[in-house]
Design a protein around this ligand. Structure first.
Ligand SMILES: Cc1cc2nc3c(=O)[nH]c(=O)nc-3n(C[C@H](O)[C@H](O)[C@H](O)COP(=O)(O)O)c2cc1C
Length: 170
């Protein structure tokens, strides 16, 4: 099967009828730090075959994107000890619709922070446990300006999540 023969919306290969799995990466970024991490995670996820990887800004993402996904990677910053407002808005908009549609998919967290990040981590974990989504990996927190190591860790997280979704291990 080749992804080129498959439609991103319907995600069924026209040639074989095989279902193509999908990873949704939702990010919010003010300064560009979280955007860099999201881009690195996207590149990592795209190293896996047999999965459609969709990148959306939090402002542009909604319940339809969640319903179409087999896994979710959230990328955002900690601001004032909390999850960034843009990502909180996405979760506020999708929380009850996701419960109503019984969306239960694995997720991972990639957080950007000046020197902490644990407040944002606690907050998003608490919210997602209420849907409930299933944590597929330990959260990754990149503290300070993104370094080559942070970008590598982001890529590894994206690839690991994509690989796990393809294999159906979560
Ligand atoms: C208003 C504001 C509040 C912040 N509060 C925190 C904080 O409580 N803890 C922390 O570790 N970093 C904090 N930071 C730093 C950001 O998390 C960090 O700069 C991050 O890389 C921003 O990513 P983004 O610009 O992609 O959103 C804060 C930054 C801003 C602008």
């Amino acid at each position: 099967m080749t992804a080129l023969l498959c439609c991103g919306q319907i995600r069924t290969c026209l040639q074989t009828g095989t279902y193509l799995k999908s990873l949704l990466i939702v990010y919010h970024s003010q300064s560009g730090a979280s955007a860099q991490l999201a881009a690195a995670a996207l590149r990592g996820a795209q190293r896996e075959e047999g999965i459609d990887v969709v990148l959306r800004r939090a402002w542009d993402a909604g319940t339809r994107d969640l319903a179409a996904a087999d896994g979710l990677l959230l990328v955002a910053a900690e601001n004032s000890g909390q999850l960034s407002g843009g990502m909180k808005d996405f979760l506020d908009r999708t929380f009850y619709p996701a419960i109503a549609q019984e969306i239960v998919i694995p997720y991972a967290l990639l957080l950007s922070a000046g020197n902490d990040g644990r407040g944002a981590q606690r907050e998003v974990q608490r919210i997602l446990s209420g849907i409930p989504l299933v944590a597929a990996a330990e959260p990754v927190i990149a503290r300070g300006e993104p370094t080559a190591q942070h970008l590598e860790a982001a890529g590894e997280l994206g690839q690991a999540l994509a690989a796990g979704i393809v294999l159906g291990i979560f």
